[in-house]
Design a protein around this ligand. Structure first.
Ligand code: NCD
Length: 340
């Protein structure tokens, strides 16, 4: 695995954009948010809305992926993302393979491409990929056969586009239009693939004001280039906020000591009840999970009336169903066109 020639995010951005679209400009793979049009993001949200009530109904399945096989390829740990992808695929009537790579042949030295070729030989139609290397999903998408769609379930520090879309879905459901919203993203921005994807999605959808907050070590000035305001004082940023999105401290990605202590971090950047009162009274609190209570968020806020953390998880199923069905539909359309 480690020998796989995985490219760095900065050198793949242009190719990534073309790679995820068919010749007709339709979404075929879902690798990153950047480069996608507003219409494409809105189409995902609208399609997810159409699946929205499905979880509550007795008959939970729709036949959109019947006869298709989805392989969940997780080279990095996950609970929420992997299980909601599995549920989404099952509710679309697909067969699902869960490949836990730490106990698969990859740990016996098989290369990533060998693993992929074997899954292709088993006639898989979709790969849902999580990997610790930035660019892994793009690398895979550039090596698979034409009939396969690749969905990025998180690659290194680069991108987590389905998480960003489920966050947009949750915001739209609660707040409607993005135009007048002040959105505050707080925490370990520099290491967060979630924050990067959220910022791209919010900009494309026309969010009124996006403010990134954190200590200088986790929020360098360069983050401004993504199209956000930067603030190091959390209380100041919270004034007038409609949406507060927390992030986990990604300690596994910190190569040196970037924080003094967790207690000190909590004092400056923890979302507690007093701080939440600075935001608008109807502000919503979000977090992609896993949450560290008492480090980035108080338990009473995570479980409180303004928190929509669990609604994010539920909506994630509908959003993943939307992305998978749109991508697979476009793969089939483009194959039919190339055969004609
Ligand atoms: C995030 C991830 O894996 O990037 N979690 C998730 O997908 N629900 C954020 C995190 O790990 O902190």
């Amino acid at each position: 695995m480690s020998a796989s020639p995985i490219k760095k995010p900065e050198i793949m951005s242009r190719g990534a954009r073309d790679l995820q679209l068919t010749d007709e400009g339709d979404l075929k793979h879902f690798l990153s948010i950047e480069g996608l049009s507003r219409d494409k993001l809105v189409d995902i949200l609208d399609t997810a809305d159409s699946f929205g009530g499905l979880g509550d109904q007795a008959a939970r399945k729709v036949p959109l992926l019947r006869g298709k096989t989805v392989a969940n390829l997780f080279f990095e740990n996950s609970t929420r993302t992997r299980t909601t992808f599995e549920l989404a695929a099952k509710r679309l009537s697909a067969d699902v393979l869960n490949i836990n790579v730490s106990v698969s042949s990859a740990s016996k030295g098989e290369t990533l491409l060998d693993t992929l070729r074997n899954l292709q030989a088993m006639q898989c139609d979709m790969f849902v990929v999580r990997h610790s290397a930035s660019g892994a999903a793009h690398f895979i998408a550039s090596h698979v056969e034409q009939h396969i769609s690749v969905i990025n379930a998180g690659d290194g520090q680069h991108s987590h586009p389905t998480q960003a879309m489920l966050d947009m879905f949750a915001i739209r459901r609660k707040k409607g239009d993005f135009n007048n919203l002040k959105i505050v993203i707080v925490g370990d921005i520099i290491h967060s693939r979630v924050a990067r994807s959220q910022i791209h999605a919010l900009n494309i959808l026309g969010a009124g004001e996006i403010v990134a907050v954190g200590p200088k070590t986790l929020l360098p000035d360069t983050v401004r280039d993504l199209g956000v305001q930067i603030e190091h004082n959390f209380d100041k940023a919270l004034k007038g906020a409609d949406v507060i999105m927390g992030l986990r401290l990604q300690k596994e990605r910190m190569r040196s000591a970037l924080l003094s202590t967790e207690d000190e971090y909590y004092r400056s950047y923890g979302l507690n009840e007093n701080r939440l009162r600075i935001a608008k009274p109807d502000a919503i609190v979000m977090h992609p999970g896993p949450t560290n209570r008492g480090v980035e968020i108080a338990a009473s806020v995570a479980d409180g009336p303004q928190s929509i953390i669990l609604e994010q998880v539920t909506g994630g199923i509908a959003v993943r169903m939307a992305i998978m069905s749109i991508a697979m539909g476009n793969v089939e359309k483009s194959l039919a066109q190339s055969r004609a």
